[in-house]
Design a protein around this ligand. Structure first.
Ligand code: SF4
Length: 63
């Protein structure tokens, strides 16, 4: 599965990292980075939660 990040929206809250740390990581630049560019399907529920909880709607599924 692919994840899209709108870097113009991400403000580095890190909520996504808290929910799915094996997928999302906020770097020293205070912007999210994808730890896993193509995560396994069993992480889909956690990724969906991260998408839903992101306060700036910066995340979406790309597939
Ligand atoms: S929750 Fe949203 S705004 Fe916060 S770091 Fe993740 S993608 Fe960026």
């Amino acid at each position: 599965m692919r994840i899209c990040v709108d870097y113009t929206r991400c403000t580095g809250h890190g909520i996504c990292e808290t929910i799915a740390p094996s997928v999302f990581e906020v770097g020293d630049d205070e912007v999210v980075h994808l730890v896993d560019e193509d995560p396994p399907d069993d992480l889909r529920p956690d990724i969906q939660d991260a998408i839903d909880e992101c306060p700036t709607q910066a995340l979406s599924f790309g597939d």
